[in-house]
Write a protein that binds this ligand. Sequence first.
Ligand SMILES: [Zn+2]
Length: 344
Amino acid sequence: MKKHVGCLCQIIPPFIIDELKKAGVAIPTNTRTISREFRERRADQLALRSSQSALVTPPTKNADRFVYDSNTTQHQRLLLVRKEGGAATVDPIVNTVYENAGIIREYYKTAFNYLSVDNHGADLILNVHFGQNYANAFWDGDEMTFGDGDGEVFINLANALDVAGHELTHGVVQYTAGLTYQGQPGALNEHYADVFGSVIKQVSKKQTAATADWLIGDEIMGPSLQGQALRSMKAPGTAYDNPLMGKDPQPDHMNAIYKGTGDNGGVHINSGIPNKVFFLVATGIETDKAALLWFETLKTLKPTTNFKSFKTAILKQAKKLAVAKRVPADTETVVKESFLAVGL
Ligand SMILES: [Zn+2]
């Protein structure tokens, strides 16, 4: 059992929040302060929990969903408004996040026989209406939290399946590879969250690699940002270019890799490189086969895996799965060509 060291992983990266502030957009100014407070409080709880889990194996649970209403406060697990098997409520946001969590749970179970985030059926804790106009959604190590957005730039973050899939996958990564949330391992952590956010959206919409839009967060863009998205896996660097958010900084090739210190060493920036690889592989062997290859590889990665060792791990798994006839025979070739296309 890996240590439960989680990230405070937010769907909207710090550089977008900074651009919005520069543009004078009334995104709650305490967004990053809230994040820091959470990180500190959560770090204490997680340290306690991981020292406990080293001694006891967690009991298997049923991955029950619990939806809490933060009622525009910054408190999590405030009012329990819907639990597993409970009737729909009058609040459509509560019902949507409940349904979406069910779709994500079912995907991991059906595709990989993997139950909840920890494969031990951990309960899925979902908080909605967090803060006032809070324009973000995050996984913080043991639960998911969604703000309502400001209604202009970002609309309710709990509505989008890819956002929930992204955040929940941070939980899956935490309990499998445990990728460190910094530099290239952090970009791979972000990459995995985008991959399964996008894959689950494709499965739900019955799309193929060719018909999917490969956009992340396009459904949370408010009236002033219509037609844009947070990221594009198909064409990193082209998801947005507007006076409010600035320009999408994601590279799609190693020759443009971000080497700065912002965004934990570019975790939401350099994820564009492996994102492009996944798009190319999915286009070559179909999304479900690429997803299987990526998930099987995830279980073999280390917390410090970088892009180069990631390529080695994917190739090794491609060979293994092709022998077992679980992916097409030419998968290894497709994978090699796809990594070459981004300079790896
Ligand atoms: Zn993330």
